[in-house]
Design a protein around this ligand. Sequence first.
Ligand code: ITT
Ligand code: NA
Length: 195
Amino acid sequence: EQIIIATNNDGKLREFQKLFAAKNIEVTSLKNYPEIGKIAETGMTFEENATIKASAVAKKTKLPVLADDSGLEVDALNGRPGIFSARYAGDHDDAANNAKLLSELAGVPVEKRTATFHTTLVLMKPDDSKLVVDGELRGRILAVPRGDNGFGYDPLFWVPEKNQSLAEMTAEEKNTISHRGRASQKLLKVFDDWW
Ligand code: ITT
Ligand code: NA
């Protein structure tokens, strides 16, 4: 079995490779399809954006495609950056995004720094039929980054049950509890029947 992950994000790809290895599903990314350029995410929801990415790639490859649209919803910021998490500080730049998040939350006390990480996955067949699943993780935004693992906002996302940031966890630990891990577990549960 082969699935293309419609992503240019190496951090996501690494996590999916681990998550899907258990099912013997081989995962490749858009790196193998340089002719597919940047896909404009013009939707207003995670599902719309994931569907746009999946369907653009399915059309070109005629293969099953999985797309991930994710984002960080910060309560004190009324749910921002949300679907704009990649473009929060302009062009996709993790360091700039994290710096902007810290500055927007400057002075906000720890108990008010609650946030949700959200992932919507869209699995699409070449005939455009799709399977949609979501996953979420609640946590808090730290005032100082912690840990070197993971990617994106991981050093700033603290998980109370573990007393660790996502960047302090191993990839396996993160996959067990994360938004992406939870969505993937749902997907893998129904995958065989749906396929
Ligand atoms: P693709 O669209 O190519 O998949 P992207 O990084 O642009 O890659 P999104 O549109 O889903 O993906 O943007 C999600 C943003 O949230 C982006 O800034 C990521 O770095 C960040 N992000 C997503 N999942 C994350 C995770 O598990 N931990 C930390 N940051 C994450
Ligand atoms: Na997006």
